[in-house]
Design a protein around this ligand. Sequence first.
Ligand code: SF4
Ligand code: SF4
Length: 155
Amino acid sequence: MSTSSPLCQLNGGCMGCCGHDFGSKEQMQQAITENTQEFNTAHPQTEQQFLTFRDRAHPFDLRYGVCRNLIEEKGCHLCPLHPTRHRGKDLRIGHCDTNYLCQTATLFAGWNTQQQEAFIHFIEAKKIDHLTYSIAMDNNTLLKEFLDQEKISVK
Ligand code: SF4
Ligand code: SF4
């Protein structure tokens, strides 16, 4: 997942960068469950074991659109390749683009403070769970609805 926009942290954390063209929320959860089972079976401890787990599938070989490295731990969805788990070394590099920003986050960065606050309030008012949020960020449906509502045009 990217951490370059405040939008990435909303709604319990966005997973929209951890795949694309997601299936349903239930399929997304199923993919994460299967990934987690594989992770627990592999039980990686060393850096090489984490890389072996990471490279067990091609980066484009997704489950219902979900990256095969996205797992669940203690009720949280996370990437076990993140640098915070490897003394600062980013094991995601070579697998996904850690600098990627979705269209919504890219546009959001160019808005003024008032527009940004309006968008955050718009999202919060939806009261959606973080998987639904992630799907909506990936397919731009929240962005489109907000732009229509605010009558903002995008060039
Ligand atoms: S899809 Fe957008 S908001 Fe979600 S993690 Fe990626 S850059 Fe952040
Ligand atoms: S490697 Fe990790 S951060 Fe990158 S897409 Fe997969 S789960 Fe997300």
